[in-house]
Design a protein around this ligand. Structure first.
Ligand code: ADP
Ligand code: ZN
Length: 605
């Protein structure tokens, strides 16, 4: 491509120089210009011996041998005069000389060519669809061989994929028996759960080539490019079978086809998807080419993709549980110099909900922390700090917070914490801080002890109350609304909405799902809700009542424990960050005082 551009520029430059040279040549060879009247006068006096006519251009020679040129406005009246004066006449047609014509055509053409090259390069990226099949653009990745040993904590998925590895190792063994090899495997799971890693590991285990492409790579500006890329990719893969084709984010091309081609943007995507389906159906299954696709949105995939002979094997990769997290920690801890006494199991317990990628990141951050402190080994405290940094964002100690704002934040966070403490079925408090972290002014962090896959209504409602506790505390103490609770309110609203619409947990609506299917960016054509206006109103009022009930409950708790709220906030203003134990000390002293108070008031009455 680069060579073509250079060639284009070269042609352009040469054309310019030649044209310039020709102009200079013309100027040099054209004799001095003379006014027409002077020429006529000279002619009438017999001073001119010969003329040469080219169209209206007159060149000629004086008796003295001097040359001249002039322009005749009217040749027909000039000719008789020339003949009369016995001047020798020669002539040629007006048509331009070949060379000039040549350049007049060539110059714009070469300019167009140059412009095309530049434009073409910009729009096509590094790969052009104009040199189809010449070089492989899909070079298999073979370096840094990954095996199943690098993938930890998802043994079920690994077990299912072992079969695929077998196929790839000895495709003949199976095709001899007449067995059809699987063609496609769909890995579904949240980002960072190791889908890419797993696909690489299949290729690594079977020692076959690995072709990788992101779904969004297919979707290009120009119609038809995506589809041709699919065809190229499969052609290349078939040549190097056995191999793995990995398509990340397949939802980018494999979303449900709309069926109406009016929305032009979708056409390209659909053509690409169709090409993919055709290719998958096209290659005979004794060619050991296995397409592994990954997505975190299996719900929006076109059903056609999941039919037999396509991605008929679907493997779901869940977030790792405690044991899985410990195993993943182990794998990644091997890469760093770690203090051998660290209990990785304890760390694994303290990071529920972490994905494999987040765990890998945690281990790396811990190593960076240790490095920052010039340590030889990574210690537990480094993991703790790394964890806080990842979960809560980096501390922003430098930010100046006014005393008033610090107080508001302290009451806000204490409000969250107290409501959480006073309710059953809530996650225990982990840490609370009024040091700004990330975008938050303060943070109250709860950590579940066990991984939960299903939540009770009680838990969810209490979570809403805890979230609202911050706003309630601010209102009770300062009687003023701030924007500090906006994130809490968003989350509370989301839980309430899903409670009503998705989990069927509201009494008046019942177990009916009104989930708005997340249409995503692909299909926004339908803005009609799948339920009536009446239902919509019912849903809205139900969500509102869930929130307001929770708010009232929260307020009741904080009014009842008003003294604790003040004590807690004061302690926070002094300590800035408190862990569960420190909070407990404040709580116990509050309980003691309350008992004394109750006894006193009991005696009085
Ligand atoms: P996905 O493709 O699902 O988004 P990746 O495969 O790209 O996730 O994972 C990113 C990184 O996270 C991997 O390179 C690896 O370092 C780490 N990782 C994720 N899952 C695991 C796992 N199960 N075992 C070990 N490392 C993992
Ligand atoms: Zn809050």
């Amino acid at each position: 491509m680069k060579n073509q551009i250079q060639l284009g520029l070269l042609i352009l430059t040469i054309a310019c120089f030649v044209l310039l040279g020709y102009n200079v040549y013309l100027r040099e060879t054209t004799p001095p210009e003379q006014a027409y009247t002077e020429f006529i006068a000279a002619m009438q006096q017999g001073e001119i011996t010969s003329v040469h006519l080219r169209g209206s251009q007159v060149t000629g020679e004086y008796v003295s041998g001097k040359k001249f040129s002039s322009y005749a406005p009217d040749i027909t009246s000039l000719l008789p005069q020339l003949l009369e004066n016995n001047i020798h006449i020669s002539a040629e047609p007006e048509a331009e000389k070949g060379l000039v014509t040549f350049f007049k055509v060539l110059l714009p053409m070469s300019m167009l060519y140059g412009a095309w090259l530049v434009f073409n390069r910009k729009s096509m990226g590094n790969s052009s669809s104009f040199n189809l099949g010449q070089h492989s653009r899909f070079t298999p990745v073979k370096s840094d061989r990954v095996t199943f040993r690098d993938v930890a904590g998802i043994s079920e998925a690994k077990a299912e994929l072992l079969e695929i590895v077998e196929f790839l190792k000895q495709p003949e063994k199976y095709s001899q028996l007449g067995a059809k090899l699987p063609k496609g495997v769909l890995l579904q799971g949240a980002p960072g759960t190791g889908k890419t890693l797993l696909a690489k590991a299949i290729a690594g285990e079977a020692a076959v080539s690995f072709f990788s492409l992101g779904g969004s790579d297919f979707v290009e500006m120009f119609v038809g490019v995506g589809a041709s890329r699919v065809r190229d990719l499969f052609a290349e893969a078939k040549r190097s079978a056995p191999c793995i084709i990995f398509i990340d984010e397949i939802d980018a091309i494999g979303g449900k086809r709309s069926g109406n081609s009016a929305s032009g943007g979708n056409d390209e995507r659909e053509q690409t998807l169709n090409a993919l389906l055709v290719e998958m159906d096209g290659f005979s299954s004794d060619k050991a080419v296995i397409v592994v696709a990954a997505t975190n949105r299996p719900d929006i995939l076109d059903p056609a993709l999941l039919r037999p002979g396509r991605f008929d094997r679907q493997i779901t990769i869940a977030l790792p549980d405690v044991k899985g997290r410990a195993k993943i920690l182990e794998v990644h801890a091997q890469q760093i110099a770690i203090d051998k006494s660290i209990d990785l199991g304890a760390i694994a317990r303290s990071i529920p909900g972490f994905s494999g990628a987040e765990i890998a990141n945690l281990v790396n951050e811990a190593a960076l922390m240790a490095g920052r402190n010039n340590k030889k080994k990574v210690e537990l405290i480094d993991f703790e700090e790394a964890k806080d940094k990842i979960i809560m964002g980096l501390e922003r100690k430098s930010i100046v917070v006014s005393e008033k704002n610090r107080r508001v934040t302290a009451y806000h966070e204490a409000g969250h914490a107290i409501v959480g403490m006073m309710l059953d079925e809530t996650d225990p408090l982990h840490k609370i801080t009024i040091i700004p972290r990330g975008r938050a002014m303060g943070i109250t962090q709860h950590l579940p002890i066990v991984d939960q896959h299903a939540y009770s209504r009680e838990y969810l409602v209490n979570r809403i109350k805890t979230l609202l506790g911050g706003r309630v505390a601010e209102t009770l103490v300062f009687n003023r609304l701030t924007t500090g609770a906006s994130n809490d309110i968003t989350m509370a609203t989301e839980i309430a909405t899903r409670l009503v619409c998705e989990w069927g947990m509201s009494a008046s609506i019942g177990p009916i799902s009104y989930r708005q299917e997340n249409e995503s960016f692909l299909n926004q054509s339908s803005n009609s809700k799948p339920y009536s206006e009446v239902t919509a109103e019912k849903i809205d009022s139900e969500i509102t009542s869930v929130i307001s009930e929770c708010y009232d409950e929260s307020e009741k708790i904080l009014r009842k424990h008003n003294k604790f709220l003040h004590k807690f906030a004061e302690a926070l203003l002094i300590n800035e960050t408190m862990d569960a134990e420190e909070v407990d000390i404040v709580y116990r002293s509050y309980i003691r005082e309350r008992k004394v108070e109750l006894q006193l008031s009991g005696k009085k009455s």
